[in-house]
Structures are given as C-alpha cells and as structure tokens.
Design a binder for this molecule. Structure first.
Ligand SMILES: NC(=O)c1ccc[n+]([C@@H]2O[C@H](COP(=O)([O-])OP(=O)(O)OC[C@H]3O[C@@H](n4cnc5c(N)ncnc54)[C@H](OP(=O)(O)O)[C@@H]3O)[C@@H](O)[C@H]2O)c1
Length: 342
C-alpha cells in the first residue's frame, strides 16, 4: 500500500512510501480501505516535531480518516465488508472521564495514523459514517468536530438565546459555530480577515470582529452583548486567554482548546475570580460523544465545511495550505476513488 510517513521531523522528512498491506485483522479488528483523510493542526505540529519531539519514527501521521471496510476479524459484530466507517481519534476512550492511558491510543502519534491506503482499527475504534455525509466530509469528524461538540454541547451545554464566541476559521471554530447555531445560540465570529468574517456571517454568525484591528476585542464582545459578556467562548488561540476571560459573562465558560498563538498565557487572576468564570480544558472526546454528535449531524443535516480537497499525491501542498492559515474550514486529502453519499 501507499503511505506517507514522517522519517525525520519537518516537511522534507515526509515521504510517500510503498509498504506491505496490513495483515489479516485480529478477532476484534477491522481492515479499512481509507478513502479520505482530513488534516488537523496537531498533525502539522507532529510533522514538525513540535507535538512530541520524542515520538518514535517513522510514523504514519494524521488521526482522521474515513473509508470502506474490506475485512473483519472473527469476533467482529458491528461491521461487514463494504460498510462505510470513520475512525475514532482515541482508539481506547470509549466513555466516561478521560484517563492518561487513553493518550497511548491516538492515531497519528503515538500509533500509526490514517495517511495510508489501509489501516487496521479496533472494532470499537470505528463508527458508521453518518448517512448524509461523503467520505471527505466524514473524514473531518474525529478530531475537530468532536472537540467542538465536546465544548459546545457536552461541557458548556449551550442553550437557545446564549452567545458563543469562536476564534478563527479553522475546523474546531467552524464546527463550534455550526453546533452553537444548531443549539439556538448566536455566534460572534473572531477572525483576522474581513473576507472570512463576511463568509461566516453568510453561514449564520450574527457578528464578526476583526482581531487584527481590535486588539482588545473583549471590549467589542461586551459591547455586542450589552455589557453582559458571552456565555461561552471557544478558545483556540491559547496565548490570548486573558482576553477570552474578559469576554465572558459572570459565570461564563471558556473552553480552552488550542495553542495557535502560544503554549503559555498570562492571566489577570482578579478578573477570573471576580467574574467567577470557568476555564474548561477540552481534549477531543470519547466514542459515546462521537455517537451522539453523529446522530445530531444526521438529524439536523449538518454538513462539514471543507476548504480544499487535495489528491493523495499533494500531501505536502495540503500541509502547507494548513500552515498558511488562509483556509476556511477543513483541508482534506482524497485517497481512493469513492466519495459519494449513500
Ligand atoms: N484540545 C483539543 O482536543 C484540540 C482538538 C483540535 C484542535 N486543537 C487545537 O485547536 C487549535 C485550532 O485547531 P484547528 O485544527 O481548528 O486549526 P486550523 O484549522 O489550523 O485553524 C486555524 C485558524 O485559526 C486562525 N489562526 C491561525 N493562526 C492564527 C494566529 N496566529 N492568530 C490568530 N488566528 C490564527 C485562522 O483563522 P482566521 O484567518 O479566520 O483568523 C486559521 O484559519 C490548534 O491549536 C489545535 O492544536 C485542540
């Protein structure tokens, strides 16, 4: 099979290689022919050696992929050859609170990931593709969509009439916007680009703030919420946590998700405690949440927003598109010839 592997850290250390096809799946495993893979910022950090400099190489990167089952182990009950499936980010986190050991079961590091024609998944590490989605669309769900769902629905329990702030136009933020809108909330969309703000408004965002022009954007958020502050803020920037805390209402929640502008943040403790705000760390989500999210996606007809679909051979161009920050939505690689909805 063809696979892309990280041989040394950095874009030049990525190469497409021919590997032996995976062996027969074991009793509770399935063999999947991947049709589409989506990229996450984490995958790019992994390629650059910034996510885990101690990661053993070579490694097949990427956590997210969807495809068709080609063979199943003897004890598999939920899938048959021909079924359309999407893998889970954590192969072992099925339900309940997170435990450290689950971090050892992540595709795309430490385990080999999805940027290959075939992958063996645990039976419980895969779910049926929602009926309304193509392989390309389903491939965007395991990391970005589930993280957004975990923040908006599971932890913040967003309800009608609330205000949710999302930052930037990457996968997590746009899924957060879509789920917040589905919950009946209004969305304030932060971006460095006027053009992207206009796009987000066409998709339902109530207001947009250009954070390049408005450095102290929390003031604008307060203004737009009649001084109250937002109910929930999905923080993917990281380094700007203080602005996020100041942008939420008393008792509001900041979901701490990303690190786009830094791994460390200085915060004004007084503004946190006087606001009685909650900062909640989010780490993707478990299988049970993924099932609930897929039901919502099917019932509400939610379609993931895709920026570009690249052919497999253009994996480097795809990573460079991600790095550019110019994208609006998910970047996807098409590996096989199938893409359609059932
Ligand atoms: N905790 C978790 O479980 C989890 C899960 C998924 C992702 N993440 C993290 O969440 C973050 C976002 O991930 P993603 O996959 O959604 O990212 P992404 O698709 O790469 O999106 C990035 C977007 O953020 C904005 N942006 C990028 N660099 C920026 C900068 N320096 N300053 C301000 N805005 C910037 C851009 O939007 P505009 O051009 O519109 O400004 C860009 O389109 C990453 O740090 C990722 O590692 C965490």
């Amino acid at each position: 099979m063809k696979a892309v592997r990280i041989h040394t850290f950095g874009l030049d250390g990525l190469a497409m290689v021919d590997l032996a096809d995976p062996k027969e799946p074991k009793d509770k495993e399935i063999l999947v022919r991947l049709q589409a893979v989506s990229l996450n910022y984490r995958d790019w950090l992994m390629v650059k050696g910034l996510y885990n400099p101690d990661q053993a190489l070579p490694l097949i990167p990427c956590s997210d992929g969807a495809g068709e089952v080609v063979a199943v182990g003897k004890a598999v009950q939920s899938f048959r050859p021909g079924d359309r499936v999407v893998g889970t980010f954590f192969q072992d986190w099925l339900a309940g609170p997170f435990e450290k050991k689950y971090a050892q079961s992540v595709l795309g590091g430490p385990l080999d990931g999805t940027l290959a024609e075939y992958i063996i998944l645990k039976e419980e590490g895969a779910l049926p593709v929602p009926k309304n989605l193509s392989f390309e669309e389903a491939a965007t769900l395991p990391c970005a969509a589930l993280t957004a769902w975990n923040g908006i629905v599971e932890e913040a329990t967003v309800s009608p009439g609330q205000t949710v702030v999302v930052q930037g136009s990457g996968g997590v933020s746009l899924f957060s916007m879509q789920f917040a809108l589905a919950c009946g909330a209004q969305v304030i969309f932060l971006s460095r680009s006027e053009e992207k703000i206009e796009k987000a408004k066409r998709l339902g965002a109530k207001e947009g703030i250009n954070i390049t022009k408005e450095k102290n954007w929390h003031r604008k958020v307060r203004e737009l919420t009649e001084g109250r502050g937002a109910d929930v803020l999905i923080d993917v920037l990281g380094g700007n946590l203080e602005e996020s805390i100041k942008a939420v209402k008393h008792g509001g929640m900041v979901c701490s998700i990303g690190i786009l502008v830094g791994l460390k943040a200085e915060i004004d403790v007084v503004s946190l405690l006087m606001r009685q705000a909650k900062i909640h760390g989010i780490y993707v989500g478990n299988r049970l949440m993924f099932e609930a999210m897929n039901r919502a996606i099917t019932t509400l007809g939610i379609k993931p927003l895709i920026d570009t679909v690249f052919p497999f051979s253009q994996y480097k161009e795809a990573f460079l598109r991600l790095e550019s920050g110019k994208h609006f939505g998910k970047i996807v690689l098409r590996l096989g010839g199938k893409s359609g909805v059932l």
